[in-house]
Design a protein around this ligand. Structure first.
Ligand code: SF4
Length: 462
């Protein structure tokens, strides 16, 4: 079924050197899902139907057992059960992403690590994690709109997703309650969006609208059309972006849901007529998520003219190595997906084992620069906790490596504030870990650090 896809040579991705010869890209075109016992007899046509993917998504431990059969040891199952007692995110995996996991090495598998929590891998949260680390809720302009910056706003019409990621920054609202987190999630209710459109109309400084959630993939075609056309017809709105993880976890949506693609196509056509940008922002974290199905989906999407960009999250044990980031970036670029941001992991609960340090992110960013064409080099950023916005990873004003605290300012958007990011304690040098274990010592050190940061910020303002 993939005969139209350019044949590319197959090589092991992460063994590729960063600087040297030409890279070749490995697009899995095998029927890889047949390695999962329950889908052994599923043909490509069935697997390629988004309805089948949605119907057969894995949402319970019982279903994991059923799907894996003899591949699931009792140790694995009880480790997942234990993980579910600790995580703020429920589990939901499409068959596509479930079968990208190499189950023989599930403990270290970078795909499993993103979606299925193992109790044995959890570590206690950092004392400074925040449910709403990006301060979105405090900037609600309507029940569905966050307005934090003068010219941009975030429209959240839905809080459901086709998969649930263990590292989700909106774990406080996305994906239903868990053993440790109760939340109010909501589906897309177009009847309730008028006040949001009205607010945008009444704020002509708003040029960029992000439509996220949740995942825009779960909006119905008429909702994609309604949101897209309404926003594009507001004179001051110049650009709209639909945020979806769909390409990475259910690429067959774009090849088998013709109505959804037609709706996007209509929105893109209107965007061209008005000279406005319509973009789709997606979310790949590793090259394993990019297969021949992705290429097929991108072929369809490129015909709509939608601009596709990728945002990754830097996740420990998933993509925090140069070779993987470099190869994933190059492979995405080969499919007309522009690598755009790599975020330092937000400081949200239940993710301490998945976070990395600012210094590691800086090191990776330095290595990436110059290894890829500038327009395809993703910007490594810290989305400064408390609403400081995306800051270049080396732009902190102060960083204490030992206790893993960095201070950030946002001179244009929030000139009077300082924002602090805290590295995961488990990844600090021993001296830093010891300090965090000593309450009065760490308090003293933090007071000193903040005073120094304030002095630096003050000096830069004058
Ligand atoms: S797809 Fe996005 S919004 Fe949904 S769970 Fe994953 S990170 Fe969160």
């Amino acid at each position: 079924m993939f005969e139209n896809i350019t044949t590319l040579s197959y090589e092991s991705p992460c063994s590729q050197p960063g600087g040297g010869g030409p890279l070749t890209y490995d697009f899995d075109r095998s029927e890889f899902w047949r390695a999962i016992p329950i889908w052994r007899d599923i043909d490509a046509e069935t697997f390629g139907d988004f309805r089948w993917q949605q119907r057969n998504s894995v949402t319970t431990v019982h279903r994991i057992k059923e799907a894996l059969s003899e591949l699931a040891s009792s140790a694995l199952i009880s480790d997942i059960e234990d993980g579910l007692l600790k995580t703020p995110m429920n589990i939901r995996l499409t068959p596509y992403i479930f079968s990208r996991i190499h189950w023989e090495n599930f403990e270290n598998d970078p795909v499993r690590r993103q979606f299925l929590p193992l109790g044995s891998q959890f570590v206690p949260d950092h004392p400074y994690v925040m449910d709403d680390s990006l301060a979105e809720d405090g900037h609600k302009a309507t029940p569905y709109l966050t307005h934090r910056y003068p010219d941009k706003a975030l429209f959240l019409p839905i809080t459901h997703c086709p998969v649930y990621c263990s590292f989700c920054t909106r774990s406080r609202v996305v994906g239903g309650s868990t053993a440790v987190k109760s939340k109010s999630t909501y589906g897309a209710k177009s009847k309730e969006w008028d006040s949001t459109f009205e607010y945008i109309r009444n704020h002509p400084n708003l040029e960029d609208i992000v439509i996220s959630g949740g995942d825009a993939l779960l909006l119905r075609p008429n909702q994609i059309r309604e949101i897209g056309t309404t926003l594009l017809q507001i004179p001051s709105v110049r650009r709209i972006r639909f945020a979806t993880k769909g390409l990475a976890i259910m690429p067959m949506k774009f090849t088998s849901d013709i109505e959804w693609v037609e709706a996007l196509d209509d929105v893109c056509r209107l965007g061209r007529e008005h000279m406005k940008e319509v973009a789709l922002h997606t979310h790949f974290n590793t090259d394993r998520e990019i297969t021949a199905w992705t290429s097929k989906a991108m072929k369809v999407l490129s015909e709509t003219g939608v601009r596709v960009r990728n945002q990754s999250v830097l996740i420990s044990g998933v993509n925090d190595a140069f070779d993987c980031l470099h190869y994933t970036t190059k492979k995405l670029s080969s499919q007309l997906i522009q690598p755009y941001y790599i975020y330092l992991h937000d400081m949200v609960p239940g993710c301490e084992h998945l976070r990395t340090t600012v210094s590691k992110a800086e090191h990776l960013s330095h290595r990436l620069q110059g290894s890829i064409a500038g327009f395809n080099t993703p910007r490594m950023v810290c989305d400064a906790p408390g609403g400081g916005g995306k800051r270049e990873i080396s732009s902190y004003i102060l960083y204490d490596h030992e206790i893993g605290v960095s201070a950030w300012t946002s001179p244009t958007a929030k000139p009077c504030e300082i924002f602090y990011y805290y590295d995961p304690i488990g990844k600090l040098p021993k001296e830093g870990r010891d300090l965090w274990a000593n309450n009065s010592e760490i308090k003293r050190r933090l007071i000193k650090f903040r005073a120094n940061a304030e002095a630096k910020a003050e000096a830069s303002r004058t």
